[in-house]
Design a protein around this ligand. Structure first.
Ligand SMILES: Cc1cc2nc3c(=O)[nH]c(=O)nc-3n(C[C@H](O)[C@H](O)[C@H](O)COP(=O)(O)OP(=O)(O)OC[C@H]3O[C@@H](n4cnc5c(N)ncnc54)[C@H](O)[C@@H]3O)c2cc1C
Length: 280
């Protein structure tokens, strides 16, 4: 860190100008709970850190039946927000499972998504919620579906001169049903071995718009599209739940790593999907 400059712009336009000018030399800093670990371990030596916490990207509001969450909204502010509790309670559950109170105080939703970890809890919930990401640069704004945002572990579609501005999440309705489950080596302050987020609407007892997002079982957070398709338009019963849970497990090709074996991840995917669909 000895030779790293630090700036804290007061607006997004200045951030965009800086990253456009500096390219690879600059690095964006939000809560720093991922980035500072990388810097401390000397995996990263940025010439300039551009702090995002003062450029006004922390809004949380409802507009046009969508919940809009700014990239620098902290996990704590999301958990405490009445707008998020009403319109995306699944995200509240996921954010609550991240780290510890100290981490959630500093960590932002934008950082969780842009770090692009396969086990990023916030990102997994946002994927189940059919979120769109607004990206900004000196060239203007563009919108990308979150399902197309991740390109590999630690990799996204963001160009060097772009940053994430906000997340647009379709607001929950009276018919929305959701569930969140995460299994780790212990209950708190732990990266997930398997994380599952399910979101759907239920009309006349039938499942619709089903999205099952899985984390830590692939190079990026992914959607179990075959399992979701199986449920579409159907009434849940024990047999269908078992079939969908097995299909989700069959859709993934996880790896063995220090946290768990591929075999265990498949078993737990089956188990957690079944538990959520059963309402346990
Ligand atoms: C002890 C500990 C426990 C943790 N537990 C969990 C856990 O249980 N679950 C979990 O998912 N994560 C966990 N994490 C990881 C981390 O806390 C989260 O990923 C957090 O949300 C990152 O947000 P941040 O604001 O701190 O990001 P930062 O560290 O500031 O940034 C992360 C990356 O995203 C980039 N970035 C940030 N904002 C933007 C933006 N708006 N546009 C473009 N790029 C941007 C940065 O340049 C950097 O590359 C843990 C971390 C620690 C240290």
């Amino acid at each position: 860190m000895e030779n790293t400059d630090f700036i804290a712009p007061n607006d997004v336009a200045t951030v965009c100008n800086q990253i456009d000018r500096l390219g690879e030399k600059a690095h964006l800093l939000a809560g720093g709970t991922d980035l500072m670990v990388a810097i401390n371990l000397r995996r990263l030596r940025p010439e300039k850190l551009i702090y995002l916490g003062q450029c006004g990207l922390d809004r949380i509001e409802v507009a046009n039946q969508s919940l809009v969450i700014g990239a620098t909204a902290t996990l704590k502010s999301i958990i405490q927000s009445e707008a998020v509790k009403r319109n995306a309670p699944l995200l509240v559950d996921a954010c609550q499972s991240i780290g510890s109170p100290a981490i959630r105080n500093a960590a932002t939703l934008g950082g969780n998504v842009c770090n692009a970890s396969p086990s990023a809890d916030g990102a997994i919930a946002l994927l189940a919620l059919d979120t769109n990401v607004t990206i900004v640069s000196t060239r203007g704004e563009r919108s990308v579906a979150l399902k197309a945002f991740f390109t590999g572990p630690g990799k996204t579609v963001l160009e060097k001169d772009e940053l994430v501005k906000e997340f647009i999440i379709p607001a929950a309705t009276a018919n929305s049903k959701f569930g969140w489950a995460k299994i780790g080596q212990r209950k708190a302050e732990i990266i997930g071995i398997v994380c599952v987020a399910v979101n759907m609407t239920v009309e006349g007892g039938k499942c619709q718009n089903v999205r099952i997002a899985l984390g830590a079982v692939a190079p990026t957070p992914i959607l179990a599209t075959k399992a979701a398709a199986l449920l579409e338009g159907k009434v849940l019963d024990a047999q269908l739940i078992a079939q969908a849970a097995q299909t989700a497990a069959d859709e993934i090709s996880p790896i063995d790593d220090i946290r768990a074996s591929a075999w265990y991840r498949k078993q737990m995917t089956n188990e957690l999907v079944a538990r959520i669909l059963s309402g346990e």
